[in-house]
Design a protein around this ligand. Structure first.
Ligand code: TYM
Length: 341
């Protein structure tokens, strides 16, 4: 602990977040949360539950409190330790929306027009899309910059938003001739930075896919995991022996990447181990691996959710810690802008 009570290990700050929209899945775990755990021993870490982002889509505007606790439980069950890391809910800290407004004044509309996630989510009828969905990446930049974060571990789908965050930080620094905001580095690591749907290897595994068979949820039972993996799409060609054999076989590549990330083996080794064997053998072993990791997490999530007062106390302590840092930085930002105080 520092004098101010803020947990601090080392000099660098790691920030990341997940939306409380229910159905946390293997992509969230392998692409993001799993990679956060190791940072805790060397860096100050802040892990946010980004409910202000969740309300940008109307279908996410219910059960926010339950889903927020579920994300907190998933963080802890995956190895995030509340004694080492700060875990809190975004809407508890007013600095996020306040800074988003300020940063929005440093973000040309042309930059936002390039965001592919907005185009995908808004679909054909852009005129009806909420302003919040359009300015979502500015709020995301505010989340990161509010704490002057240096490292942001995320899945591959967040890359463009992180690039925009860097541009916004530079735009602010340039305008006020300051180096106040660090230029945060995206950390996109591991062999499963983009986990794909089990039904269609060209589509990202996602909470919003109407088919539950397309994803492995962190709360799935052993039986559900086994059935989903057994039914996962493959093809009739032999098991690949090298990266070249993976061309145009996105479903196979995805299953190998999942195996690689969860089992911590290289994909080359996996291909050597299974060459000449049936996909059935591979899938059985993949099931065992997933069950051994995910079922543990799933059981722990359930246990944590049965103790709401414990989760509430973690989130309340986390909000206090986050608020302290947020207030300190917001005061400095206001001084830089020369707001009347
Ligand atoms: P969200 O809630 O969609 O996803 C949370 C994290 O999970 C990763 N992820 C995946 N990784 C690999 N394969 C997949 N199929 C997959 N699906 C999701 C995401 O990349 C993400 O890291 N905008 C963010 C939340 C956010 C945020 C932030 C993140 C808001 N502010 C500031 C970092 C820093 C989002 O929608 O994540």
């Amino acid at each position: 602990m520092t004098e101010s009570g803020i947990k601090k290990v080392g000099n660098d700050l790691v920030f990341s977040g997940v939306q409380p929209t229910g159905n946390l899945h293997l992509g969230n775990y392998l692409g993001a949360i799993k990679n956060w755990v190791d940072f805790q021993n060397s860096k100050k870490c802040i892990f946010c539950i980004v409910d202000l982002h969740a309300i940008t889509a109307s279908e996410n505007r219910s059960k926010l409190d339950d889903f927020s606790r579920e994300v907190a439980a998933a963080y802890i069950a995956s190895g995030i330790e509340p004694k080492k890391s700060t875990i809190f809910v975004q809407s508890n800290i007013t600095g996020h929306s306040e800074l988003a407004w300020i940063l929005g004044c440093h973000t040309p509309i042309g930059w936002l027009n390039r965001m592919t996630q907005f185009k995908d989510k808004a679909g054909k009828n852009k005129e009806k899309a909420p302003l919040g969905l359009y300015s979502y990446p500015v709020l995301m930049a505010a989340d990161i910059l509010l704490y002057k974060s240096n490292f942001v571990p995320v899945g591959d789908d967040q890359k463009q938003h992180l690039e925009l965050c860097r541009d916004i930080a530079q735009s602010f620094n340039r305008f006020y001739n300051t180096d106040f905001f660090p230029i945060p580095e995206p950390i996109i690591t591991g062999s499963a930075t983009r986990v794909m749907s089990l039904k269609d290897g060209k589509k990202k595994m996602s909470k919003s896919d109407p088919s539950d068979q397309s994803r492995i949820n962190l709360t799935d039972s052993e039986d559900q995991i086994r059935k989903k993996v057994q039914k996962a799409k493959t093809d009739s060609m032999p098991f690949p022996e090298s990266k070249n054999d993976l061309e145009n076989r996105p479903e196979i590549e995805n299953l190998i990447n999942i195996y690689s990330a969860i089992g911590e083996h290289s994909s080359e080794k996996i291909m050597q181990d299974y060459k000449g064997k049936d996909f059935k053998n591979f899938k059985e072993d993949l099931c065992d691996l997933l069950i051994s990791k995910i079922s543990k997490i799933s059981m722990e999530i359930k246990k944590l959710l049965s103790d709401q007062s414990y989760l509430n106390s973690i989130l309340s302590d986390g909000a206090k810690e986050a608020n302290e840092l947020s207030e300190k930085n917001m005061n400095e930002i206001k001084k830089i802008i020369k707001f009347y105080t």
